[in-house]
Design a protein. Structure first.
Length: 146
């Protein structure tokens, strides 16, 4: 009888503990970068910061302009696909960006590539009529991790 009560008590205790909320795991917050793109701009560095190869990078609050400066209208992004390419002319990775608003602002999580050579970032927008515009390259500074 005593063994039955102990087993029953263990089952009840286990059941009670199993319904308690479990603490969520900590998350690693990736580095973030905000990029502004203009039509017909010169190739330049996105930032002076060097990002480590293979690390996560979040493009956030990035802006596309439909003209050549900040006095231009922002590129409308309703029903527009935004493609982010990171690489060079030999090797690249493609990511789909998202837009939370129609005012030219987009975001996209990426992984910093590990191949040798310069790394460029290029933004391509495509509307529902298959019209395409590709913004000029920007250089992503990166380096090897230890």
């Amino acid at each position: 009888m005593k063994a039955s009560l102990v087993r029953f008590g263990s089952v009840v205790l286990f059941a009670a503990l199993s319904v308690l909320p479990v603490r969520a795991s900590d998350a690693v917050v990736p580095a973030t970068i905000a990029v502004t793109n203009f039509r017909d701009e010169a190739i330049g560095n996105i930032s002076a910061v060097e990002y480590y190869n293979g690390s996560s990078l979040l493009f956030t609050n990035c802006v596309l302009y439909a003209g050549t400066d900040t006095n231009s209208a922002r590129q409308g992004l309703s029903n527009v696909a935004i493609e982010v390419k990171i690489g060079n002319t030999a090797t690249s990775e493609t990511y789909a960006a998202t837009s939370t608003a129609t005012n030219g602002v987009w975001s996209c999580p990426v992984t910093v590539p590990t191949f040798a050579g310069y790394t460029y970032v290029q933004i391509k927008v495509t509307d529902v009529n298959t019209n395409v515009y590709i913004y000029p390259w920007k250089i992503l500074n990166r380096k090897s991790a230890l």
